[in-house]
Design a protein around this ligand. Structure first.
Ligand code: MG
Length: 109
């Protein structure tokens, strides 16, 4: 079993031990992901990079991934497969020959 599958299994046990499955529909998991992304942004809000609380960063990033893994599980999406597919798309959108050293969006390259 790969790491992603192991984490998903742990998350599902955590959820099922608390009988929270009834709350975990796609819409609410997507909202959860957005809310946790907001909490992640708060870690950086009004701070210089040297002032970032690394523990808070770890916690909020883990919360984001918790929601993302549950969302993927809910829609029976294989995380590795969807990441591979998206990276292939990104390779086409941002070819290194055009995107190297550039922060421009793909449609402006
Ligand atoms: Mg959080």
């Amino acid at each position: 079993m790969g790491e992603i599958a192991e984490f998903t299994k742990k998350i599902l046990k955590f959820r099922d031990d608390r009988n929270w499955k009834k709350f975990h529909n796609g819409k609410d998991l997507a909202l959860c992901l957005g809310a946790e992304a907001g909490e992640l942004l708060e870690v950086f809000l009004w701070k210089k990079d040297t002032e970032i609380d690394k523990q808070a960063l770890q916690d909020e990033l883990a919360d984001v991934m918790y929601c993302a893994l549950l969302l993927a599980y809910t829609y029976k999406l294989n995380v590795k497969d969807i990441m591979d597919a998206k990276m292939k798309k990104n390779e086409l959108k941002y070819p290194a020959s055009k995107a190297k050293n550039s922060s421009k969006k793909y449609n402006k390259l």
